[in-house]
Design a protein around this ligand. Structure first.
Ligand code: F6R
Length: 610
């Protein structure tokens, strides 16, 4: 979703801002803009389209300024065009803002301002905030105070940076609900909504908290709350490398991230897996170990791919820990007055750690006194900071909009959590040993799966013109069917449905004819024979079957048109292997169709609005 960059320091601001915007492109956006202060005057350019379009209109313009702000916009209020792009200015044209989030009471503020004779040029809620800050500035003649007072009146969410020619040596930022990080370099500061825009310059960052603002000048920074209390912020160190946010020779980030999975799964269990003791060590859960040991119910809440991980987690935890588990879409959970008991454990799963619905759901659970945990990728993100305890998945930055490596790392961490709780609640040592051993062997097996890429590419060529796909799986592989279908629709725009295989005859079977490819996850487990029966039902109706099967399964060849083999592992770990061919299938089909794989239309990497 929208991205923000701000810079004050010794470098030419325009270079840092454009580089920062390019680093944020992966988040998904539809317009971009910048403002710098050139000779004490604001200089703004904005453009619908890509950062490259913005660069074209800046071409040949010499900008020496050392202070500026920039934005990529993902439209919420008002269509994506030049006028609605950020920065937005107040009526005097002397104050500009870039804003992520939604101003919920914008109509009331707009009416007050319109009644006083103020005007608006765009269709955005953000411009209303800019004009409002300008209105207050006219009274208080102090930029920081004007921003603070305006934000005290605002309902909704914001990540905000303000610049003004009235006070040209200053930049003010604030957050509520939308991330805002300040990179602290040598004689320079870089503000951004995402650390990817910062790490080229510094790894030392301050994470702003909700309702906190920061004033940056050439001489230093100061933070305070919107209630005017001075705050003291710790500097954190970011430990990922710049190479992790570059393509490293791959054609797309998504392909790179698919191929990273042997490593990222290993990173998820590194230092945690105690193979010789058949258990795991999870420092992040130590403070809640007793709560987990005695928990009567675990509720997972998440969105999209992370919700699919939660479904696998449900099956695994119920099986290993004998605790009742529920899985809730965060967007439903937050609004439906869920029954939550104080001894419930609510686990929010999120790659970005910024998904608005997931954040709101966990806050709702907290209000109702549950213990709230996070399974999160982005260190220092809002969800990670708002939970009582949690486990990072350590997948590194995921740039491709379609989630791949985060999914397999989430599954890895969920099984670690299940072993951790299960061993406290009675899993035997031999069972613990079997599980931890199997987990430790996964990276090698993932390497094996990745070797099937060329075969999958050939299948993709054959089926890329299909209009619909069906994905079917059972047990642990039912959520994998959902995930395979989601990957395909997200990046290739082909309609795809995922179902539990046995549900097919309750409706979807009506769709099957010779034009319908059906992807079966048919790995060897206790319900393998049942899945084979489902495959036969598809064959009998001339459907085309692509099967993901366990190595050594020769029988399946007589039913399937295509078979992709994955190595054998214990059934609850198969999703970590079986999803990879589906990620590759979606990828190669999308490439075949000429789609923008890393930035699919309408999608944003981090969904920070409802
Ligand atoms: C799918 C995808 C989305 C996200 C969802 C939740 O490929 O990326 O469905 O999984 O928006 O995002 P996080 O995990 O960041 O909360």
């Amino acid at each position: 979703m929208c991205g923000i960059v701000g810079y004050i320091g010794r470098q030419k601001a325009i270079n840092v801002l454009i580089d920062g915007l390019e680093r944020l492109e992966y988040r998904g956006y539809d317009s971009a803009g910048i403002t710098v202060i050139e000779n004490n005057q604001l200089f703004t350019r904005k453009k619908a389209g890509k950062v490259s379009d913005l660069k074209k209109i800046l071409d040949g313009i010499e900008l020496k300024s050392n202070i500026g702000i920039a934005h990529t916009r993902w439209a919420t209020h008002g269509e994506p065009n030049d006028k609605n792009a950020h920065p937005h200015s107040d009526n005097s044209g002397n104050i500009v803002i870039v804003h992520n989030g939604i101003i919920e009471n914008y109509k009331a503020i707009k009416k007050t301002l319109t009644d006083k004779g103020y005007f608006f040029r765009s269709d955005t809620d953000s411009e209303i905030l800019a004009v409002f800050i300008g209105y207050i500035y006219n009274k208080v003649k102090d930029l920081e105070e004007a921003v603070r007072l305006a934000l005290s009146e605002v309902d909704g969410t914001f990540g905000l940076v303000v610049l003004s020619s009235y006070e040209p040596d200053k930049m003010i930022a604030a957050r509520r609900g939308s991330p805002m990080v300040c990179g602290v370099g040598e004689n320079e500061y870089i503000l951004a909504s995402d650390t990817s825009a910062i790490i080229k310059h510094t790894r030392n960052v301050i994470y702003l908290s909700d309702n906190e603002m920061i004033t940056l000048s050439y001489n230093g920074i100061q933070t305070k709350t919107i209630d005017n209390q001075i705050t003291d912020n710790q500097i954190h160190h970011i430990d990922f490398e710049i190479s992790q946010i570059e393509k490293g020779g791959f054609e797309h980030f998504m392909l790179k991230e698919i191929f990273e999975q042997a490593q990222t799964v290993q990173d998820a269990f590194r230092g945690r897996l105690q193979v010789n003791e058949g258990t795991v060590r999870l420092g992040g859960l130590r403070s809640v170990a007793e709560v987990l040991k005695n928990a009567k119910r675990i509720i997972f809440t998440a969105c999209g791919t992370s919700w699919h991980s939660a479904l696998v987690g449900e099956y695994i935890i119920e099986n290993l820990c004998n605790i009742s588990v529920e899985v809730e879409y965060a967007s439903e959970f937050r609004y439906r007055n869920p029954v939550i008991y104080p001894d419930d454990v609510v686990i929010a799963i999120s790659q970005s750690g910024e998904t608005a619905d997931t954040l709101a759901a966990l806050r709702e659970a907290k209000k109702k006194s549950a213990t709230v945990l996070g399974v999160v990728n982005v260190v220092g993100s809002s969800i990670a900071r708002d939970t009582d305890a949690g486990v990072y998945i350590h997948a590194g930055p995921e740039i491709g909009v379609a989630s791949t490596k985060a999914f397999t790392s989430q599954l890895t961490v969920l099984i670690l959590i299940a072993i951790y709780i299960g061993r406290m609640r009675g899993i035997s040592l031999p069972d613990g040993l079997k599980l931890t051993q199997a987990l430790s062997e996964l990276p090698k097996k993932i390497e094996e799966v990745l070797k099937t890429a060329d075969d999958i590419k050939a299948i993709a060529k054959e089926y890329c013109n299909a209009r619909n796909f069906l994905y079917l799986g059972r047990g642990y592989n039912f959520p994998v069917a959902l995930e395979g279908a989601l990957k395909l629709k997200e990046i290739s725009y082909i309609h795809a449905e995922g179902y539990p295989a046995a549900e097919m005859k309750h409706g979807p079977i009506a769709l099957i004819d010779e034009n319908m490819p059906v992807v079966f996850i048919a790995t060897k487990d206790e319900i393998y024979d049942k899945v084979i029966s489902n495959i036969e039902e598809v064959k009998a109706r001339k459907g085309k079957v692509i099967a993901i099967a366990t190595e050594g399964d020769e029988q399946i060849k007589q039913y399937a048109n295509h078979v992709i083999y994955i190595p054998e592992t214990i059934p609850m770990l198969t999703p970590i292997l079986s999803v990879i061919p589906l990620q590759l299938l979606a990828y190669y089909i999308a490439v075949e169709l000429g789609c923008n794989v890393d930035q699919p239309r309408n999608l944003a990497k981090s969904v920070t609005v409802e």
